[in-house]
Design a protein around this ligand. Structure first.
Ligand code: AMP
Length: 217
């Protein structure tokens, strides 16, 4: 199976979790532009400091920064089984940039999955989200099934868990509004191409995963 997939979703709708589940099952490359940008922040570069500021406020990082990072990653995974794009494109302009990059490489998107989630649930998922700085596993302090076994400690690494800098109410609100204004219109863009599938993402992650497998198979 060669599948190039896009996840289109509001913040905290489950893109990251679902991407990891598919990545393992089908050996796909998970490309999260948020993670790629956070890697640049961790490097401590001047560019990383600019990105950190924009991420903290929950505003989009400029295309002049994001496009080259994304293009490099897409070219790297050209000969893989396929990729999952998580967090890109965020608006029509980015969708067109993506089409151009893929055309140049003779690649294409096979399937776009829209994870539809209610505002209140997404806010709770974002504000309760805790990550392991060592292995990247994600937990949530508000949901029993997603809590770590020991409060604030990774089940696998025993390392202290932390909140992302942009997982607070104010930033979440900005990110959600940006999604409604700029990203949600992409549903029609991909519907017209005949590759859009919508999923109810208010369910538990394994139920959402099952719906995704039905689409892919
Ligand atoms: P995410 O991890 O997808 O929730 O993204 C976190 C933050 O990274 C966003 O709020 C933006 O500041 C930045 N970001 C991620 N993907 C993009 C993108 N495609 N374009 C611009 N900024 C992005």
């Amino acid at each position: 199976m060669k599948k190039n997939i896009i996840f289109l979703a509001a913040p905290a709708a489950g893109k990251g979790t679902q991407s990891s589940m598919l990545e393992e099952k089908y050996s796909l490359v998970h490309i999260s532009t948020g993670d790629l940008l956070r890697d640049e922040v961790k490097s401590g570069s001047e560019l990383g400091r600019k990105i950190e500021e924009m991420q903290k406020q929950g505003i989009l990082v400029n295309d002049s920064i994001v496009t080259p990072i994304l293009e490099k990653k897409l070219i790297e995974c050209k000969n893989n089984n396929g990729f999952i794009l998580d967090g890109y494109p965020r608006n029509l302009e980015q969708a067109k940039i993506l089409d151009e990059i893929l055309d140049k490489q003779n690649m294409k998107i096979d399937c776009v999955i829209y994870l539809d989630i209610d505002y209140d649930l997404a806010m709770k998922r974002a504000c309760g989200r805790l990550g392991c700085p060592k292995c990247g596993r994600i937990y949530n302090e508000y949901f029993d099934e997603a809590k770590p076994k020991v409060k604030n400690k990774c089940d696998f690494c025993n390392v202290e868990l932390s909140h992302r800098g942009d997982d607070n109410e104010k930033s979440f609100e900005n990110r959600f509004n940006t999604f409604i204004e700029n990203t949600r219109p992409l549903i029609d863009y991909y519907k017209e191409k005949g590759i859009l599938h919508s999923i109810n993402s208010n369910l538990k992650s394994d139920e959402v995963h099952k719906q995704i497998l039905n689409i892919l198979n």
